[in-house]
Ligand binder design. Sequence first.
Ligand code: FPP
Ligand code: MG
Length: 462
Amino acid sequence: MVSPTKEVVTSASRMINPMTSPLSPLSVVSNEMETLTKNITKLIGSGHPILNRISGYYFEQEGKKVRPLLVLLLSKALAEIPLNKRTRVIVDMNDIPNDPVYGNKTSDSLFENPVSNFSPLNILHGIKSISSPLTKGSEPLSTSVKELDMANGILPKQRRLAEIVEMIHTASLLHDDVIDFSDQRRGRPSGNFQFSNKMAVLAGDFLLGRSVVAISRLRNSEVIELISNCIANLVEGEFMQLKNTVIDRDQLSLMTGNKQKLIPKPTGKELDIGHDFKIQKLENNSNHTEKLQHDILIKLAFDHYLHKTYLKTASLISKSLRSTAILSGSDELTIDSCYEFGKNIGICFQLVDDLLDYTQDAKILGKPANNDLKLGLATAPVLFAWKMNPQLGSVIEKSSFSNEDIDIILENVYKYNTVEMTRNLALEYRDKALKNLHETLPKSKARDALEILTMSIMTRKK
Ligand code: FPP
Ligand code: MG
């Protein structure tokens, strides 16, 4: 593993204390962040007051807004690259030779507004008149917003991307709280608790629908592909988390090359535990897991966990930062580094989230603490405990944990100080992210702000 130069970490550490730092990441894009929620509200307006209430519910309370903050700061940092060095062909003209929308591209196209619609409005509005608020979808950005952004080097499509990313994240939270049986989010009743599971799921779907409309209006097929892929990745990640398949004996046989057919079978307990299916136990392979070495098992468990972490958290961050670079017209190398930065900071962010579940109390988190264990989830602190104490395997491989199981796991987590091991793993990803930033971007106020933000992930309290 490559670690960044010592100076990078030292200089970033110096800036980390918001009290002593002349910069705070938010202050660099505070105007843009202030209008974010207002713009999102316009994107999600519908003709249904109750739907409006629920889909807007999580935007009413201040969240961390890390994803749009990253997109906006990166946009600003990329703006420091001179236009004549942003050499990448944004649209492949071979695909659409005579297209009126994409024709005659010049660098001016970088500054284009997202369009308000492609299809005629009467089609989008269906059988309602076009003055009806139904299915209005995205509005182009107002001239004042556009002018402000241009002065700050943020492109209209990058700003819209920041809004889209927050909408997708919020949709996933509405669904996640149903899956996790949550009753709290951001210090108040969660969407499902307040409005019912059905309404929360539908509101999440609606946010996704509106996000997809807005993505298509960015008119960049590469970005459409990336962001749509994130939505699928979020579901894949969540699915992997539903059942910690790597420590499921039968799934393990699949991962280690045994091609026996797995037949999913309803357990009848779906409503209790939130799993759709349990994998049917296979005959004749009960000794298979026992034969595997403990360290191989741990490696597989970490591979699975980190893959899940990428899909669940880092995918949206990394692919949206890649999209930010694509929209800036930057070259391939810059695009790749922005993606790597997003991947590393995203994994670091989730590792810290997973350790906070063990160290922080519910009041600070604004949601229940020790919740992962209550949900039967084996995150990094548990996997490190298992690494230290192989005997823990028989507890961890259960699909849900009793209070006694939780006590045993917690005892091992504290005994081996695996929270600290998790913190060290997060630090490795943070350092890689800092290195990506320095390799990619010219020095600027926005890059400093990205650095501080990266550093602050390790010290966040919620
Ligand atoms: C929070 O995790 C949840 C996520 C980061 C992603 C959830 C994804 C889905 C529910 C798939 C559906 C996706 C879409 C786009 C509708 P957490 O439970 O660890 O965090 P928490 O403690 O904040 O709830
Ligand atoms: Mg959750």
